[in-house]
Design a binder for this molecule. Structure first.
Ligand code: FES
Length: 119
């Protein structure tokens, strides 16, 4: 199974699992305020290693349209599958954000649709 690394912690995740859920299920309280629909960008991560070449169309559009110009800087973990080894740094978590909930748990499959393009 692919290995996911966050700081000094490494865990395995099934290749068809959404990265946001793999992080959450391994004790990292990453935000996902829109429930995994490529809308809120609170599930954003920085890639240290293993950034995927493919991107959902929804992720690309959202990052390109962002007023903070996020395209090329971060990726949306709700739009990424754990299909290879990767090292990431979550940006917004329950520890550093002023919110009372991470957001509704995203569905198991990529939403709104897993239509892929290149990054
Ligand atoms: S963009 Fe909202 S959870 Fe990923």
């Amino acid at each position: 199974m692919p290995k996911i690394t966050v700081e000094d912690k490494t865990f395995e995740a099934p290749a068809d699992k959404r990265l946001v859920l793999a992080l959450e299920d391994n004790g990292i309280e990453i935000l996902h305020r829109c429930g995994g629909y490529a809308k809120c960008t609170t599930c954003r991560v920085k890639f240290i290693e293993g950034e995927p070449e493919q991107m959902t169309k929804a992720e690309k559009e959202r990052l390109q349209q962002d007023p903070q110009n996020l395209y090329g800087k971060v990726r949306l973990s709700c739009q990424i599958l754990c299909d290879h080894d990767m090292t990431v740094a979550p940006v917004m978590t329950m520890q550093n954000a002023d919110v009372d909930s991470p957001g509704k748990r995203p569905e198991d499959q990529i939403t709104p649709s897993s239509e892929w393009t290149e990054r």
